[in-house]
Design a protein around this ligand. Structure first.
Ligand SMILES: Nc1ncnc2c1ncn2[C@@H]1O[C@H](COP(=O)(O)OP(=O)(O)OP(=O)(O)O)[C@@H](O)[C@H]1O
Ligand SMILES: [Mg+2]
Length: 373
């Protein structure tokens, strides 16, 4: 439960709206509003000769005030104390058959005590909520750190194996590509075997690309750092995917930003991250009519750190929960890919002290690359 009192940084009008919503929740209606209504009804319905009933009812109001303060913090406590005062004052001072000048001071003190109890209980409840929130945040951070460590360990072990395999593939592949180049002009363009030969060459090329990808996963290239505007990164990778996107009827748009989005990094490698994300988006929208990719850049403060971001959002189908959990794991593919694109991308982002976030949005799917400015 988010606190609405101390430690809540939202503007007061929004906190009041939240408070109003909470007051209409079933728990608060049963724990606060119904008891206040019942106590008030007994209070007003009992004749003034039964002093003891009125004494008990006046004190019974503390119960809903404390419940409100515990459930909704300081603001909730104060709101319920005000409500209780509102229903109690006419009874205490205005209804003539209950009018009792001798006990006025006692009644005023009682109202002051309603507020005191509300403030103390509300303050304690807010403090407790704040502590719980801090504890939860620390726990979340620790869990994400543990996940990162496990992943880093798995990646380095995998990296060694993959590097070995890629190396073993690359040497014979080199020989195959070389001989194919020599044989190619010998096979006439109109020969029956030509179609099979073209498949042969295409597959050799594809294997070469996969081996290259395996190697860049296993042995990340060192990064050159220079000041780069993310707008330049966006333009670079859009040039690379534009033709492929247009062929599939997908529109790519880049939103302008007035914020400075300069980061320190390696232009080629940052463009590589975006390229991997964009190629995935294009693949995901294969059967989608009216496909769109929107690119947006800007700045955000995350945990007190100023970060620039580049967001690539497409209007294709959402990623299911299980897939979303493992998107950045090496060799995890929801299709027929090697499952390395996003894993390599997140490695590069980490080398730049940044990270990538993936989420399903109203539009479809969004990947955001965050980098320190
Ligand atoms: N924009 C997207 N919309 C829907 N699914 C996506 C999107 N981007 C990634 N995915 C899912 O994430 C999976 C992992 O992506 P990743 O780029 O790591 O591997 P791949 O594309 O399968 O293979 P590779 O990139 O190595 O050729 C994809 O297979 C796809 O299922
Ligand atoms: Mg991919």
């Amino acid at each position: 439960m988010a606190s609405v009192g101390k430690g809540d940084n939202r503007p007061v009008p929004r906190r009041l709206v939240t408070l109003f919503q909470r007051f209409s929740s079933i728990g608060v209606i049963l724990g606060v509003l119904v008891p206040i209504a019942v106590i008030t009804a007994i209070h007003y319905g009992t004749s003034h000769e039964h002093h003891w009933v009125h004494d008990v009812m006046r004190r019974a109001y503390y119960l809903p005030i404390v419940v409100a303060a515990i459930r909704m913090g300081l603001l909730g406590g104060l709101a319920s104390a005000t409500l209780v005062t509102g229903v109690y004052v006419p009874h205490a001072f205005l209804v003539h058959h209950h009018f009792d000048p001798a006990r006025n001071l006692e009644k005023i003190l009682e109202i002051a005590l309603y507020y005191t109890v509300a403030v103390v209980a509300g303050y304690l409840s807010d403090r407790e909520n704040q502590r719980n929130a801090e504890l939860q945040q620390a726990l979340d951070e620790q869990q994400s750190l543990t996940k990162q460590l496990v992943r880093a360990g798995r990646l380095s072990a995998l990296g060694e194996v993959v590097a070995g395999i890629a190396h073993e593939i690359k040497n014979p592949l080199h020989a195959l590509a070389g001989t194919a180049e020599i044989v190619d002009p010998i096979i006439p363009q109109d020969a029956n075997e030509r179609r099979m030969w073209d498949i042969h060459r295409r597959e050799i090329e594809r294997l070469g690309r996969v081996a290259e990808q395996f190697l860049s996963f296993a042995k990340p290239k060192p990064i050159k750092t220079e000041p780069i505007d993310l707008v330049v990164v966006a333009k670079r990778f859009v040039t690379l995917v534009d033709a492929q996107a247009r062929q599939k009827g997908i529109q790519i748009s880049i939103a302008k930003t007035s914020e400075s989005t300069t980061v320190f990094g390696d232009l080629d490698q940052l463009a590589q991250i975006c390229l991997n994300i964009a190629v995935n988006a294009i693949k995901a929208m294969d059967d989608h009519v009216g496909g769109q990719i929107e690119i947006r850049m800007g700045r955000e403060t995350l945990k007190g750190k100023s970060m620039a971001f580049l967001r690539i959002e497409n209007n294709g189908p959402a990623i299911d929960e299980v897939n979303l959990e493992h998107l950045f794991d090496p060799f995890h593919s929801g299709g027929d890919g090697a499952g390395l694109g996003l894993s390599i991308s997140s490695q590069i982002a980490e080398q730049h002290s940044g990270f990538i976030e993936a989420e399903n949005t109203d539009m479809g799917v969004a990947f955001t690359l965050y980098l320190p400015t």
